[in-house]
Design a protein around this ligand. Sequence first.
Ligand code: CTP
Length: 396
Amino acid sequence: MLNGKSILLGITGSIAAYKSIDIIKGLRQEGASVQVIMTKASRHFISPLSIEIASDGNVYCDMFESPLSHLSLPADSDLFVIAPATANIISKYANGSADDLLSAAMLAFSSLSRPMIIAPAMNWKMYESPVFQRNLKYLISIGVKTVGPERGSLACGEEGIGRMADIGRIIEAIKGSMQEQDLAGDNILVTAGPTREYIDPIRYISNRSSGKMGYAIAKIAKRRGAEVTLISGPTSVVPPDGVNIINTETTNDMYKAVMDNISWSSIFVMSAAVADFMPAETKKEKIEKGDVSLLNLIKTTDILKEVGKLKDRPIVVGFSAEVGYKIERARRKLFEKGLDMIVFNDVTADGSGFDVDTNEVVIIDREGERKLPMMSKEDVAMKILDKIKGIKKTYG
Ligand code: CTP
């Protein structure tokens, strides 16, 4: 998605500087060209040669090796990312200092109204300093985006806030800044993952959903500028930045969370794999093996159908994961549940099952259907959201 984009990366003197190699690799894999400026301090942590190899020779260290590079590098770049960004570079930028190539280029870039992202990395005592916080707040106030830092064990062995954000989060922030914000103003409610219906305090009925598809929809919707609320069943997927998360366990929890949030949503995507049955009663004590015949199952609330019946409902999208190419079941659910769109997939097809990062789906709406080739779940999310936008336009 970064095809043709030119990214300028500033590396400063933090122990996290070695991770810059992965940022460069990740950006180039997405199709971006990357130019790098290294400060003198950063070269204590990683060699310019390593960065030169990773960036295909596009590394600059000195203000005077190419006289106007502090102006030409910013002018040629769509986005400037500083990762890791030390307290020193943040303070220099906040105060307009331009005494080396990186700070001079940042100053020049600030006049161009293009996105700048910083990923702070430092000891927690520096991060929490009121002086540093004043500088950081000033940068945020002029439109600089920050990603991280994270809390955890720091290089010096202490625990606290100050670790550079995970590379995936930094790359996602860059993609978000390069993406057209065509869903700005939309409130999207997404459900993801399985539900658990408790038999007793130890056992439950559930299913194999990983939650990856719903999380991908939340991530891409956020990237496209929507306000996103993600109601998640138990999963191990890392939630995207900037998304409101509501954790739920049972279908009843999820139903309540959906109903509590539906009235301010413009789009509702029900990608959770709700357990269809629940025990009529959850026993307070562990049931004996011999009592299995006492297990009485009843149907869970059909959350999607209930939303479909609402008078003032948002655009409603469901999923239909079937065993085999039983697309007629999806078509039936579209009408029976009062949906605007349903996404069908055959979980037995290669690359479409549980726990994989790809999916092969058919998007069905009231006008017709479109079969998509196998693609990543993030690309499927992109297509689903494109289609939802089409429906929005029809509604007016
Ligand atoms: N769904 C729901 N509440 C339920 C069951 C399903 O909201 N109790 C939603 C799912 O999240 C999905 C859609 O309904 O978006 C279709 O789910 P699916 O399990 O395929 O269909 P069911 O209605 O459960 O019917 P069946 O199990 O007979 O296929």
